[in-house]
Design a protein around this ligand. Structure first.
Ligand SMILES: Cc1ncc(COP(=O)(O)O)c(C=O)c1O
Length: 367
């Protein structure tokens, strides 16, 4: 029996053990073909079946309507920071590309900065996590009249800020909403009637690094800037069923296994319920403690990435060392924030959170 600690990494992150076991059992031979998924040409019937099945399971899990296409791309969220404006910023007026940005943390700030290379990037809102300045659903007049889209990061992985009232927010603007859901995709249902584009790197909640999932409303394709690289033109990628260039085949295979695991474990609604239970247990422990703290406004606290710190920062090293001995790993916070961060993606079992909470209580008792 291999010892596997509870892995709280923000990404690449823990995968469900069942997924890894299936992948291991098929490593040398997929469906008695004598060929493993990593070795297969993307043009073979076997791989096409893997990809179609992954796409359809994702469609079923998130109830993605036929008005939207599912693209399997590469380059991660950072590449989409350029790919989105290259495809969409000039959608309304190619000679005056404009988009609006909700800045709620590090990732959405990066998105805004990258987009400003391609047109006018308006900062419509800045959410300050400690005291939200605006409630997203009440200030539609802050949107630019001529914006081609409004960009939102639904979960800021570093600060632990999650925007949960996305559909309500989307209804307050006439512009298509583009969502960076890199860290909370598949942990909550999405109302795609309110979403123009949703993208996520797979390495947190949907598999391994190298695959980027992009869900695009079909009428938002076909407006790419002439300089947009062909491999990043959503319409071309869609017309070639994500085979315009060689797709990240192994990432798609693993994502397909993860999607099936989610389906077999109650679907996205069950994942959401679990994420509320897991994160509430941890926030409750932090809030009751005199030693640990999280200063994010409770209405924006992330269910997925829970940052916290010790009021006495000199104890940080000891906490991490002892946590590791207790089988709780990758709890170090992002270098920009310091402290700790527990990432509670779908693959983190509730037992992992219970073990962390017990460890924190014991650490505090002894401190
Ligand atoms: C919310 C969010 N957006 C974008 C990114 C960047 O993704 P990638 O490293 O896959 O380009 C990350 C990475 O952690 C993220 O958490």
């Amino acid at each position: 029996m291999i010892f596997r600690p509870y892995n709280f990494s923000a990404g690449p992150a823990a995968l469900p053990t069942e997924v890894l076991e299936t992948a291991a059992s098929q490593m040398l031979s997929y469906q008695e073909s004598g060929i493993g998924p990593m070795e297969m040409s993307h043009r073979t019937d076997l791989f096409l079946e893997i990809m179609d099945s992954a796409r359809e399971t994702l469609r079923e899990l998130l109830e993605i309507p036929q008005s939207h296409d599912i693209l399997f791309m590469q380059g991660g969220g950072i590449a989409q920071n350029a790919i989105v404006p290259l495809n969409l910023m000039g959608h309304r007026n190619p000679s005056n590309p404009v988009a609006d940005f909700v800045v709620s943390g590090t990732w959405s700030r990066k998105t805004e900065t990258e987009a400003s290379k391609y047109g006018k990037a308006n900062r419509s809102f800045e959410l300050v996590a400690r005291s939200p300045l605006e409630h997203l659903n009440v200030v539609p007049e802050l949107f630019s009249e001529n914006a081609s889209y409004v960009h939102v990061c639904s979960n800021e992985t570093i600060e632990g800020v999650e925007i949960r009232n996305l559909a309500q927010f989307a209804r307050s603007t006439p512009h298509p909403i583009v969502v960076d859901a890199s860290s909370n995709m598949l942990s909550t249902p999405v109302d795609f009637s309110q979403v123009g584009v949703l993208y996520a790197g797979a390495q947190k909640n949907a598999g391994i690094a190298g695959l980027t999932i992009v869900v695009v409303r079909k009428d938002l394709m076909g407006h790419a800037h002439p300089f947009c690289p062909s491999a990043f033109d959503w319409r071309l990628v869609s017309e070639h069923c994500s085979m315009y260039n060689t797709p990240p085949t192994y990432g798609i295979y693993i994502a397909g296994l993860v999607f099936r695991w989610i389906r077999d474990n109650g679907g996205v609604v069950a994942m959401e319920r679990q994420s509320f239970l897991k994160s509430s247990a941890l926030y409750d422990c932090i809030d009751r403690s005199a030693l640990f703290a999280n200063h994010i406004d409770p209405s924006y606290r992330s269910r997925i990435n829970v940052p916290f710190h010790l009021e006495d920062r000199s104890l940080e090293g000891r906490f991490l060392e002892q946590a590791e001995i207790a089988g709780l790993v990758h709890l170090k916070g992002h270098k920009s924030t310091g402290g700790f961060r527990a990432s509670l993606y779908n693959a983190m079992p509730s037992e992992g959170v219970t073990a962390l909470v017990e460890f924190m209580r014991e650490f505090e008792r002894k401190a």
